[in-house]
Design a protein around this ligand. Structure first.
Ligand code: BES
Ligand code: ZN
Length: 655
């Protein structure tokens, strides 16, 4: 306990705003604008790139610029106007090179002083080693007409596609020019498409063979991790006045129908939090290998096709990504140990939107219960680790230093963060907390912040919006939990049940199955078919938690009763399949082949990682080898880690 108080005081007094996951000297010099030009060659999987930076000096004397890079070839660094070539070298720590990348050091050839502004250009080349990028061959696409490319930059992967200050605490405006060599290929990037933008670096390319030119611009400042690109035979269809969907032709009508209410979702969130300031909202439904459910790239959300279920049950992912337009994209965490400043706040706003969508708080609480269940299991797992880094993942302030920040990613920043905000709301009332959040956004608009900033803001806000007696009481209540909630790794200091009828229906039914006699269906088992998707998720999460008590005869009965192995909803399938492996129900006579084909059809880490974790080492390795080419580099990395951490035991039933 003492340790945490001391740790907190140290962190508080020296400022948490130092990002330990960047090699850049971002506190001495800041990117203000970035312009990139890319020549795409999707067949050879090579991109020739140029980047032009406008830097502002924030130290007394600056002689070097240090940028983050990951597995790229730097060709030249030079001053744009005079064309003077600059000395550069890469400082590389072999232990870090494939973890967080390397430091590119550019010698400026002169010294700059505080407040100076200067420009710099870099020419470079990237290819398949860029871990942000997934290059798909023609046969891996839906339309089968041209190759496809998409990116995923969060957390620290932008440095594999552009040399830059890859930290969420640096925000800049950006523009891009992208050249393609195949006229069928369309390109979209986060930001607005523009024409007749500057062609600063173009004359240096051989224009033979250039088929199309695309240009983009974003005048709102963003951090590096929000830059995104998709290129392929993709097209756009309107879903409303200010929303649209982008995808390959094959399924675009289905996607457009499922997402027909996007305008409404933006409106729901505006009703709670205030104006949507980004103008348009577009969502790209990517190939199924997209490693996440959704990613909040500004004006260009990316989503996995698994969110298109057919009954709109997956649209909460879209609502979550829209919610990031405020929490994450307007106010941004200033380092990855503070990711809950993005995700916890975002889930809070998402659930305000879901309340309007479902019309009943019960169904929102079902989501909170599913989240809480999964969070509690993880807190238990991480908190018992002997590795202090892994242990810290159970808190809201994971240790990310010397690690790939993605390693700390889990549902904890989402749910532990959400529950903290839910608790704070219960202390100061819904209307007051809504106002506090609006003011927090206004004060930190287009900036980055951390948990100390939020704490300080909140205390000041409460002081000026309550009587002195109320303020003192509320402050005491907050102080008794805040540091525990954020920095400690154990269970939450306050237990909030989210009890409600819809959840009880789901968990009661699960309980009945768990205590049913093998081969018998519990009375009233048919109610399952009337459940909403999230109740079914809760039912399966409950089973997963207690799977020790499940026998394969009951599993068979469950499968027959609800046709689970054939379900269309991937949120249910991945849980059911994981349960099938854990209970040893999955064999070649039951659903093992369906599971094997599932992990080859979907690359969303949340859905395939639990399956790979449940498999024995040999089977996991065999399935992984079959699908490696299909997965995004980030998914590859995480599955390889899962397989590596497995013991040698072989599960004979699965062979
Ligand atoms: N920003 C995240 C995705 C992410 C987080 C990518 C960290 C890389 C590192 C996105 O907004 C997200 O939370 N996606 C969820 C959706 C869900 C919570 C509704 C997902 O992909 O499952
Ligand atoms: Zn999110």
């Amino acid at each position: 306990m003492k340790f945490y108080i001391i740790a907190f005081l140290i962190i508080a007094s020296f400022g948490v705003d130092i990002d330990k996951n960047t090699f850049s000297n971002y506190r001495e010099v800041k990117m203000q604008h970035l312009h990139i030009e890319w020549l795409l060659n999707l067949r050879t999987k090579i991109i020739d790139g140029s980047a032009e930076y406008t830097f502002k000096v924030t130290t007394a004397e600056l002689k070097e610029v240090h940028l983050d890079i990951y597995q790229m070839e730097i060709k030249y660094a030079y001053y744009p106007n005079v064309g003077k070539v600059l000395d550069w070298h890469v400082e590389s720590d072999p232990k870090q090179s494939l973890v967080q990348g390397d430091k590119l050091i550019i010698k400026l050839g002169q010294s700059y002083k505080y407040g100076d502004i200067f420009q710099l250009r870099i020419k470079y080349q990237i290819g398949e080693a860029a871990r942000a990028l997934s290059f798909l061959s023609v046969d891996q696409t839906d339309d089968k007409k041209a190759p496809y490319l998409f990116s995923q930059c969060e957390a620290n992967n932008c440095r594999s596609m552009i040399p830059l200050q890859d930290t969420p605490s640096i925000k800049f405006t950006y523009s891009a020019t992208v050249l393609t060599q195949d006229s069928q290929i369309n390109v979209f990037m986060s930001g607005l498409p523009v024409e007749n933008n500057k062609f600063a670096l173009m004359e240096q390319y051989n224009m033979n063979g250039i088929a199309k030119i695309f240009q983009f611009e974003l005048k709102i400042k963003i951090p590096a991790y929000l830059i995104a690109i998709v290129a392929g035979t993709v097209q756009e269809k309107a879903t409303g006045q200010r929303t649209s969907v982008i995808s390959e032709a094959k399924n675009i009508d289905i996607y457009q129908k499922e997402l027909e209410d996007l305008d409404k979702y933006v409106k729901y969130l505006e009703d709670y939090i205030g104006e949507y300031k980004w103008g348009f909202y577009k969502i790209v439904i990517l190939p199924a290998s997209f490693p996440f459910g959704g990613m909040e790239n500004p004006l260009l959300t990316f989503a996995n096709p698994s969110i298109i279920v057919g009954d709109k049950s997956g649209v909460s992912v879209a609502i979550h990504e829209i919610a990031h337009s405020w929490f994450g994209n307007t106010v941004t965490c200033n380092n990855w140990s503070n990711m809950w400043i993005n995700e916890g706040f975002c889930v809070f706003l998402e659930r305000k939107g879901l309340l309007q969508l479902f019309g009943e708080i019960d169904y929102v609480y079902v989501n909170s219960q599913v989240g809480t269940k999964e969070m509690n299991a993880l807190i238990k797992e991480f908190n018992t680790s002997t590795d202090p880094v892994v242990k810290s993942y159970a808190s809201l302030h994971p240790i990310t230093e010397d690690h790939n920040a993605d390693d700390s990613f889990s549902t904890i920043p989402y749910e532990r963060g959400y529950q903290l905000l839910f608790y704070l709301e219960s202390i100061i009332s819904e209307t007051k907390f809504q106002q506090l959040l609006k003011d927090w956004l206004r004060q930190n608009e287009y900036q980055s912040a951390d948990e100390n900033d939020f704490y300080n803001f909140m205390i000041t806000w409460i002081q000026s919006n309550f009587t002195i007696e109320q303020f003192l009481a509320v402050k005491q209540q907050i102080d008794s939990v805040y540091t525990k909630w954020v920095y400690e790794t154990g269970a939450l200091p306050v237990k909030q049940g989210f009890g409600n009828h819809a959840s009880t229906q789901a968990t009661d039914l699960a309980e009945e199955w768990l205590s049913s006699r093998p081969g018998e269906q519990p009375q009233g088992y048919e109610i399952f078919d009337q459940f909403k998707s999230n109740q079914k998720q809760l039912f399966l999460s409950y089973m997963l938690e207690k799977y020790i008590n499940m026998n394969t005869i009951t599993m068979k009965q469950l499968d027959l009763s609800y046709n689970l192995s054939e379900n269309k909803d991937a949120e249910l399938l991945f849980r059911w399949y994981t349960l099938s492996i854990q209970t040893k129900y999955a064999t070649t006579n039951t659903n093992l082949n369906q599971i094997r084909s599932f992990v080859g059809k979907i690359g969303r880490m949340k859905m395939i990682n639990p399956i790979y974790k449940a498999l024995d080492k040999n089977t996991a390795q065999t399935w992984y080898n079959e699908n490696k080419n299909f997965y995004h580099p980030l998914a590859r990395q995480s599955i390889e880690n899962i397989i590596k951490s497995k013991g040698q035991q072989i599960n004979v039933e699965l062979l």
